[in-house]
Design a protein around this ligand. Sequence first.
Ligand SMILES: *[C@@H]1O[C@H](CO)[C@@H](O)[C@H](O)[C@H]1NC(C)=O
Ligand SMILES: *[C@@H]1O[C@H](CO)[C@@H](O)[C@H](O)[C@H]1NC(C)=O
Ligand SMILES: *[C@@H]1O[C@H](CO)[C@@H](O)[C@H](O)[C@H]1NC(C)=O
Ligand SMILES: *[C@@H]1O[C@H](CO)[C@@H](O)[C@H](O)[C@H]1NC(C)=O
Ligand SMILES: *[C@@H]1O[C@H](CO)[C@@H](O)[C@H](O)[C@H]1NC(C)=O
Length: 399
Amino acid sequence: MRIANILAAGLAVIGATQACETDEDCSLNGVCSRKPTKSFASKPKPGACKCDPGWFGDDCGRLDLAPATPINGYNQTDAVDPLHFGPYGNSSWGGQILQDPQDHKLFHLVASQFADGCGLTGWRPSSYIMRAESRTGPQGPYHYADEVTKSFRHNPSVIWSPTDQKYLLYTIGVDAPKAEKCQSLTYKQWPNNISVSSAHSIKGPWTPHKMILNSLEPQSTNPAPWPLWTRKNPTREIALGVEDNAIFKSDKWDGEYKLIHTQTWNTTEWSPTWTEDTFLWRDKRGNWHALDHWMIDLVEHNGQQWPRVGAHVYARELTGPWHFKQQEAYNSTITFTDGSVRTLRRRERPKIFFSDDGELTPLYLTSGVTEMGQGSRSSTFIQPIGNKWKKYEKKLGFQ
Ligand SMILES: *[C@@H]1O[C@H](CO)[C@@H](O)[C@H](O)[C@H]1NC(C)=O
Ligand SMILES: *[C@@H]1O[C@H](CO)[C@@H](O)[C@H](O)[C@H]1NC(C)=O
Ligand SMILES: *[C@@H]1O[C@H](CO)[C@@H](O)[C@H](O)[C@H]1NC(C)=O
Ligand SMILES: *[C@@H]1O[C@H](CO)[C@@H](O)[C@H](O)[C@H]1NC(C)=O
Ligand SMILES: *[C@@H]1O[C@H](CO)[C@@H](O)[C@H](O)[C@H]1NC(C)=O
């Protein structure tokens, strides 16, 4: 198995096991429950993983995706505008769901959209950040509400900082002149520098973008922030995961971000990067997790071994050791509520919306997707996870 090449220095790779001895064997997505042994002297018997809601598998390493509603997320690829330069409508590429804090039945999606009908292949420079709204529940469909930034800004990650009482918007990109056509620029022309901006309301106004990481610093693209705040420790500190599982920390959102962890990967023959599009979170037990795009989409390599697009990595401490299993966390084959099954061409930019009951149960997965045969026409897909989302929606009066 060629993926075995990614075995990395300082990285524990655990094979798929039937039984467990530690919670690490359960991907820290559950607990290893062991039957007490009869005699004090006998060797403890291996236990079995008890997975948290939203995860399944012998080792709780797989995201328990539920059937998707046929019309979901933000899919406005058919939007027509005579001023568009390209034919891809309002193509988008993943985003973050946020529940309105006052109006609980209103959901926001802060997403990357490509301006001027340019589509995914023109992501740099045409991407900008927009906000869409849904009054039909967290799964959408979402409709365009307003522009959050101009181009070039991409891959928004929004967190609520309880200590600051502010939303923090992390993006990549730089201020750029208005495009005159659809094109594709390299990062050397327009770097992926990470910036942060803040607002008291999800509807803005947002403060000017403050650049916090220069893209020449180790792998500094695709920000994944998580506030270190807890009830017991109401700190302003922020952890920031970036590409390839490098992790930074800052004592405040607009402070200096210092590198606290890097991971050396033995990369695959397919890509010099191991994973991309990281999404970092701390669970109810205080353990750290990230969901990443595994860089292997179905269309590549003739669809032989894949789809196997989602990777899950986890650790007890931000500084590691991080564990990675050689198995998919999810793939790009989607079952819909009408019983149909469709395999997408690309499924990237994973972001999770969690329950707000202190359990941090994953309820929905957002990703940027393209359909088979499509290169540039892209949309933002939302799929429910496990079954706790049903109760969440019911309580809000949806369904
Ligand atoms: C890294 O990958 C190469 C090429 O597949 C392999 O020969 C080598 O043993 C790997 N190194 C480690 C540390 O896994
Ligand atoms: C997005 O919408 C178009 C129709 O407007 C449809 O053909 C396409 O299948 C949709 N994409 C996804 C991923 O559902
Ligand atoms: C498409 O995006 C533009 C902004 O670029 C917005 O004005 C328009 O309402 C959107 N249309 C649809 C159908 O989403
Ligand atoms: C962005 O990062 C690049 C290096 O990748 C650096 O040269 C440039 O000055 C940064 N841009 C801004 C606006 O700070
Ligand atoms: C994709 O994942 C689902 C479970 O989420 C699984 O049932 C299916 O077999 C997987 N598809 C492939 C091709 O591995």
